[in-house]
Design a protein around this ligand. Structure first.
Ligand SMILES: [Zn+2]
Length: 235
């Protein structure tokens, strides 16, 4: 298996795993940078996220132009491309229409670390991109990338989120933590004011959360869970 084949396989697996984690449905996507290049891999626009195969993954260049593959890329591709162009450190981008993050944004709230999954995202509320329209142009993609800044995730008001990482495993684990923390924040908010972690708590908990062994553990768990659900069949 070549390096490209392996990356395509990871994209296909991550799509199915995000589906099992209920973080994507018929929409939402995850992409990966081909290391050392300005080319990116992402699954085809019309393909169900629960049955993506490596053959459904397309290659696009830094202008978002398809250079290989049988499908058109997702319509919100500019969010991925413009984020990669703004962030050399980012190796994988996910875009989710995740329920609890959207619920928070509907109430005009962002996410502040007040539990261990939330500590992955560091200090201060996550940035919020206020325009709920889908991201179809380079200008919109640039605006999302500016909102994201140096952070690992941004909330798209009424729409979902964008999550980035140093590997597809990292991005996947961050997607899981983001939605879990948003769900807990929504629940806790019904009981009273949120009590955010202080800097010391954030530092200590966040450090553990970002360990590669923990990131890999999350990935491996969802591989097993997706396999158990019969949704890795055919890969
Ligand atoms: Zn979207």
């Amino acid at each position: 298996m070549t390096q490209i084949d392996e990356l395509k396989m990871k994209v296909a697996m991550a799509c199915r795993m995000l589906y099992v984690a209920e973080l994507v449905d018929y929409s939402g996507h995850i992409s990966i940078r081909i290391p050392g290049t300005d080319k990116f891999l992402i699954h085809g626009h019309p393909v169900s996220r629960c049955e993506v195969t490596p053959d459904d993954v397309v290659t696009v260049d830094r202008d978002g132009k398809k250079v290989e593959g049988k499908w058109n890329p997702p319509s919100e591709l500019p969010m991925h491309i413009r984020t990669y162009r703004a962030r050399d450190d980012v190796q994988s981008v996910a875009h989710l229409h995740n329920r609890m993050v959207v619920v928070l944004s509907m109430a005009g709230r962002s996410l502040v670390a007040a539990d261990n999954p939330g500590a992955l995202f560091g200090t201060g509320p996550l940035p919020v991109y206020n325009d709920p329209a889908l991201i179809h142009t380079d200008e919109q993609g640039d605006a999302v990338a500016r909102t994201l800044g140096k952070r690992d995730a941004a909330i798209l008001r009424g729409h979902g989120s964008v999550v980035v990482g140093q590997s597809i495993e990292w991005t996947f684990a961050a997607c899981v933590d983001l939605e879990e923390s948003a769900a807990r924040t929504c629940l806790a908010s019904t009981l009273g004011p949120i009590r955010p972690y202080n800097e010391d708590e954030l530092e200590r908990v966040g450090k553990g959360r970002r360990k590669m062994s923990v990131i890999q553990k999350v990935w491996d768990h969802y591989v097993a869970k997706t396999k158990l659900a019969g949704l890795l069949n055919g890969l």
